[in-house]
Design a protein around this ligand. Structure first.
Ligand code: HEM
Length: 345
């Protein structure tokens, strides 16, 4: 088996990069106007909502692992839609949209041994690739971006001079506008193991979430209210439920569909994504400052909140293992109340 699929795979020197990234990331944490510590990325919630995650009845045998081995089963889920910056900005500010899904009451051996959690998280953004191939490339950018006041300009100059391909993807992401988080397509960007817990049978996959209706974004989002994405979700869910197809894209040729380079798109013609579940977001009243919204703000969505059968793969995900935990602990310490149990805070 490809060594990159083994649980203990790592690249020389990456631990040092991860430590540096924890320091830089935590150092960039901001607070809301009322003094609440914000996520370092995806700080602004467009909405936090409840949903059902229904496993499809007809999944191909080779993809029936983890939660996808339970044909027809429905999991309760909490879903947070977000915009990607670490600040609370008007929704017209160019950035990626995030979709974080947390399945509740999921039994089975955990991706991180000893993890007491019983949740399975899936994280996505509305672009098929992450702009940076690996942890080192991302660290190079964050090193500049974390400089107070002029960080964004320094990062832009660095990318323009040394990594124009990465800058082109950043700009592609920033040039998109969305009419509603409920009408955009999302991708995991990074790969995951989908196989047995013993790691002997299975494959690498990427995920996507495709809504039943995809709409074009507004031409002039600046003319819309600062929270127009929240307004759109509120209006749509007051009227009816919204459904996404959750799809799995198995890895094909590992040269063309690499594990260790998240800047390479896996061609969806060459390996066609297969529907494995339906995310059914209930018709509901979305209210800012509701108990559910507050619970979501206190929670941690993290790709490593996972069963062994859904273990994250690749260097960008190994980096995320270090950074999400550190970001959450810092938020918790500054606030003093958050809990990792999604039902008890
Ligand atoms: C394909 C790559 C990635 C995707 C799809 C992704 C997606 C997301 C999403 C959707 C969220 C919001 C979760 C929520 O609603 O709580 C998030 C949060 C976050 N992301 Fe990522 N992300 C990626 C890569 C990274 C990398 C490489 C880093 C490393 C610095 C990172 C750092 C963070 C942090 C610090 C948070 C906030 C965590 C917290 O405080 O709970 N992300 N990401």
């Amino acid at each position: 088996m490809n060594p990159e699929l083994q649980p203990d795979f790592s690249l020389a020197g990456e631990d040092k990069i991860f430590k540096k990234m924890i320091k830089l990331t935590v150092g960039m944490m901001e607070e809301s106007k009322n003094g609440c510590p914000l996520r370092v990325q995806h700080a602004k919630a467009a909405a936090c909502v409840t949903a059902n995650f229904e496993i499809a009845p007809d999944i191909p045998a080779e993809l029936q692992h983890g939660v996808f081995s339970q044909a027809g089963q429905t999991f309760e889920a909490i879903v947070r839609f977000s915009t990607a910056q670490g600040k609370i900005q008007p929704d017209s500010d160019p950035t990626a949209l995030g979709l974080a899904i947390k399945l509740l009451d999921v039994d089975g051996p955990r991706a991180i041994p000893g993890d007491p959690d019983q949740t399975q998280d899936f994280l996505f953004v509305d672009h098929p690739v992450f702009p940076f191939p690996n942890a080192k490339a991302y660290r190079n950018v964050i090193k500049y971006k974390s400089v107070p006041v002029i960080g964004d300009i320094l990062a832009f100059i660095y990318l323009q001079v040394f990594a124009p391909d990465q800058l082109a993807v950043v700009q592609e992401i920033r040039n998109k506008t969305a009419a509603s988080p409920l009408n955009s397509i999302y991708w995991s960007g990074s790969p995951y193991w989908l196989g047995n817990a013993a790691n002997t049978t299975g494959q690498a996959v990427k995920y996507s979430a495709v809504p039943s209706t995809v709409t074009a974004g507004p031409d002039n989002p600046d003319d819309l209210p600062d929270d127009y994405l929240r307004d759109a979700v509120t209006k749509q869910l007051a009227e009816k439920e919204v459904v996404f197809d959750i799809k799995v894209q198995p890895q094909g040729d590992p040269e063309k569909m690499p594990i260790e380079d998240t800047s390479v798109a896996w061609d969806e013609q060459e390996s066609v994504p297969v529907k494995v579940a339906t995310l059914r977001i209930h018709k509901q009243t979305v209210t800012s400052n509701s108990a559910l919204e507050q619970r979501c703000e206190d929670m941690s969505f993290n790709p490593w909140h996972a069963l062994k059968e859904h273990r994250p793969l690749g260097g960008i995900n190994r980096l995320r293992k270090a950074v999400y935990e550190a970001s959450f602990i810092e938020r918790k310490q500054r606030k003093g109340t958050a809990s990792s149990d999604p039902r008890k805070d």
